[in-house]
Design a protein around this ligand. Structure first.
Ligand code: ZN
Length: 438
């Protein structure tokens, strides 16, 4: 090229040409330089990106555990998470995690940058389930890490031994202690335990999930059968609703009758009846009058508990009842708590059995601190609270009943399959566990 430029220079002396030729050479070399520079810039950008990606993030990880009476918010407070992050974390996680089900000792982890902003939030309710919140553009993105579980179905069979209780027998056939209470609860709806006789037969199918084959994660009672000399033959099937959070997820008979043993809790720590349900002479008016509830004498300020799960439909005051609370339960019955010194729940709030809803007092027409407990049945009539022992879930109907019945068919097949998988192993009067991975 250089040679040609000199030759052109020798033969043509036109400056314009010369200049053009010279300029062209300059541009070409400039192009090269630009290309070079671009390449260098690209390399630099790549290595910068690599550097940024590889740079150790200066995140400090802190963790703390749930203490009695605490929720997520209190733990984040103790971890000194700033107000915005605290709010964002609770909002971002509440749809995926049942925050009211937290147990004492469960741990939360937060990873904060040097400015104290949370970049990562981690909550693992068990070794196989990790809930993560990752900071992206000032907001949190939720990620669930669910590790694979092994699901086992087990069938347990046994006979009540002479002098043995149902509970002892359940444990003796190998039903794990963590599940025996649930099994007893299912059977309890149909079988008065005092009527259980030696030789009565039962068959139970559990479905349990394990992480890494041995760490227990969760379990449910899929099937329970009891055949007793005096109590008769009963079966219970676990119904699985398409909505996993539906209250219909429970045990039913084949015809759809609910088998939920939700016994009522006591409304006070100590029960001392000062006036029973029924006709009485009113202590203030002196008139013969129907007393529509039970009065329990109790010091002012004692905690008052909801007798069962339900929704608060009244939280207010009137001159007769004083401070009063009413809770509507699953079977449409309503419990009433009157003369309270203070109320701790508001209308619309969901409460669980045993939750503190207020304090004993003497407000309204009352001669001294006491709790008046009233109960109305689904038809709206006052009933004796003592006659009310449990809250039943309504019978399954229509589409749900049809779904239950197809599930019943599958459960029966599963029981037989599991029984066939492992040979029967008799031990005394009991058949030991038969297991199948599904
Ligand atoms: Zn009363």
């Amino acid at each position: 090229m250089k040679f040609w430029r000199i030759s052109w220079f020798a033969f043509f002396s036109a400056t314009i040409f010369l200049s053009a030729c010279f300029e062209s050479g300059k541009i070409e070399s400039l192009d090269g330089e630009i290309q070079q520079a671009n390449l260098q810039l690209a390399n630099a950008q790549t290595s910068l990106a690599t550097y940024v990606a590889k740079r150790p993030q200066r995140l400090s990880v802190l963790s703390d555990t749930v203490k009695a009476g605490e929720g997520l918010y209190q733990v984040l407070e103790r971890l000194q998470v700033n107000f915005n992050d605290k709010r964002s974390i609770v909002l971002a996680i509440q749809d995926s995690v049942e925050l009211s089900n937290l147990r004492v000792g469960q741990a939360f982890h937060v990873a904060q940058d040097s400015l104290g902003n949370v970049q990562v939030f981690r909550y693992a309710p068990n070794p196989a389930t990790v809930h993560l919140l990752l900071k992206e553009n000032d907001g949190f993105v939720y990620k669930l890490v669910a590790k694979p579980l092994v699901v086992k179905q087990s069938v347990f069979e046994g006979f009540i031994a002479k002098g043995g209780t149902l509970h002892e027998t359940l444990l003796s056939v190998g039903i794990p202690a963590r599940m025996s209470g649930i099994v007893a609860g299912v059977l309890q709806c149909k079988i008065p335990f005092s009527s259980v006789q030696p030789g009565d037969r039962f068959r139970i199918m559990l479905e349990e999930s394990f992480y890494q084959d041995s760490i227990w994660i969760a379990g449910k009672v899929i099937y329970a059968e009891f055949d007793g000399r005096t109590v008769g033959h009963h079966e219970a099937f676990l119904y699985a609703d398409p909505d996993p959070k539906s209250t219909y997820n429970a045990h039913y008979t084949e015809s759809g009758e609910a088998l939920i043993f939700d016994g009522l809790r006591y409304p006070l720590d100590r029960l001392h009846i000062t006036s029973p349900f029924g006709v009485r002479i009113h202590p203030v008016t002196g008139q013969r009058k129907m007393h529509s509830g039970i009065d329990y004498g109790s010091p002012k300020g004692s905690p008052v508990y909801a007798v069962a799960k339900g929704k608060v439909i009244v939280s207010g005051y009137d001159e007769y009842s004083g401070n009063k609370i009413a809770i509507k339960h699953a079977d449409n019955s309503v419990s009433y708590y009157m003369h309270l010194s203070s109320r701790g729940v508001g209308v619309g709030q969901q409460v669980t059995g045993g939750q503190v809803i207020g304090r004993v007092g003497s407000t309204g027409r009352s001669t001294g601190p006491h709790l008046h407990l009233g109960f109305k049945n689904a038809q709206g009539q006052w009933i004796n609270p003592k006659s009310k022992t449990m809250i039943a879930t309504p019978k399954l109907q229509g589409e749900r009943l049809a779904r239950l019945q197809s599930q019943v068919k599958r459960i029966r097949e599963d029981v037989l399959k599991t029984e066939a998988e492992t040979p029967r192993e008799f031990e005394g009067s009991s058949v030991k566990v038969k297991q199948r991975k599904i």
